[in-house]
Design a protein around this ligand. Structure first.
Ligand code: FES
Ligand code: FE
Length: 397
């Protein structure tokens, strides 16, 4: 560990429960270490199986120096490869979606099967052994139709995440959903400020009047609990789990984290639309609108907010030490007719909320950049953010 990081970590230990020192939000060397210790070491959401419906459907996921190709092969298996040609290293697939019978490099046309095997290497010597030049595999896991990749050579197991969240996710049947809408919002701030913001709802009252008008999560714990009894009853009737799955305290910082909690919307809200009325058909096996919202953390870096009729997945992708993309993916039932999904009303809440978050997170970074900035204490309502920072410090130590 670099000496200056050791010093920073020691100093940070002297201020438990406080935000990080400035260098953590600005230093390019710390950023590089974070890529290695966090983003190249953890499970990250890449795409959804509905985007890989047929053999040859491919999606890329790009982060920092890395790009991953995820595709459905001829046997309908989901494969993930480093998007790096084994000839001289060119990117093979462009960013985004593509449909390919084979994966052909645009540089000298080395061509790979959807299983990653090298099939064609033009004009190479007779004794060239193609079997030694297959694409490098990237670890991949599918959970609830969400496809996760892990760039580590020895990825931490994902099994505990799956087993702990299985019953919470089951009624939504996310494997039978489709991507209905996608947005990416570039935020001029270090990635940790975006995560810190997302982990706490202390700011929801002052910053998100739209969210606070419907979600009891914006209240302190005592007032929130007063809405819970009714929700538990309604959720049971609807077939939705309200069982809280805690981030395990005994869990090593090296393992992927998980979390599930369902909280109440206010009385007249069936879902997260402006008027509280449904925006799409009920998901999965859900029988009724219970008036709840599930916050779910799948692995340490991916979050889902699930209502009875749609869900929004969040991915925060660092682009540099001071730019982060907040990416949002909206899901509805796969068999919902276009006419049964009111896209505008569905995307409204998390669109306006993310625009507001962008503004406050960027203002946060501007203040953090000041010579007058010093770490400040998290409030009790920001306990999850304080926990996130503890996890982060353990991970990069
Ligand atoms: Fe891909 Fe040459 S770099 S074929
Ligand atoms: Fe927010």
């Amino acid at each position: 560990m670099p000496a200056n990081l050791k010093q920073l970590l020691d100093r940070q230990k002297e201020m438990p429960g406080c935000s990080l020192q400035q260098a953590f939000y600005k230093d390019p060397d710390i950023y590089r270490r974070e890529m290695e210790k966090i983003f190249f070491a953890d499970w990250i959401y890449a795409c959804h199986i509905s985007q890989l419906a047929e053999p040859g459907d491919c999606e890329t996921f790009d982060i920092d120096t890395e790009s991953v190709i995820v595709c459905r092969d001829q046997q309908m298996k989901i494969q993930a490869f480093a998007n790096v040609c084994r000839h001289r290293g060119s990117r093979i697939c462009p960013s985004g979606s593509s449909k390919n019978k084979r994966l052909s490099c645009p540089y000298h046309a080395w061509t790979y099967g959807l299983d990653g095997k090298l099939l064609v290497a033009r004009l190479m010597p007779d004794d060239f052994d193609k079997s030694e030049y297959g694409l490098k595999n990237v670890s991949v896991e599918v959970f609830g139709g969400f496809v996760f990749v892990n760039l580590s050579e020895n990825p931490a197991p994902f099994d505990e995440v799956k087993s702990k969240l299985q019953s919470a996710l089951a009624p939504f049947e996310f494997e039978n959903t489709r991507l209905a809408h996608y947005e990416s919002h570039p935020i001029d701030a270090n990635w940790k400020l975006t995560y810190e913001n997302f982990f706490e709802c202390y700011h929801c009252g002052p910053a998100h009047k739209e969210y606070a008008a419907s979600h009891s999560l914006s209240l302190d714990q005592n007032r929130r609990d007063s809405y819970r009894e009714k929700l538990v009853e309604q959720a049971m009737d609807a077939g939705i789990s309200t069982e809280r799955v805690e981030i395990s305290e005994t869990m090593s910082a090296d393992l992927p984290q998980y979390y599930h909690h369902r909280s109440a919307l206010y009385d007249d809200f069936k879902t997260a639309s402006e008027d509280g009325q449904p925006v799409a058909p009920l998901l999965g096996s859900i029988k009724a609108y219970d008036g709840g919202a599930s916050d779910i953390m799948i692995g340490s870096l991916t979050y889902l907010v699930a209502y009875a009729d749609h869900a929004v997945l969040y991915r925060f992708t660092p682009r540099s030490v001071d730019v982060t993309d907040a990416e949002l993916f909206w899901f509805v039932r796969a068999d919902a007719a276009e006419s049964d999904v009111d896209l505008e009303r569905m995307k409204w809440l998390w669109h306006v909320t993310t625009i507001a978050d962008k503004k406050i997170i960027e203002a946060n970074q501007q203040g953090v950049n000041s010579r007058f900035y010093q770490p400040g204490p998290y409030s009790p309502m920001e306990a999850p953010t304080a926990g996130l920072i503890e996890w982060y410090l353990a991970r990069i130590s």
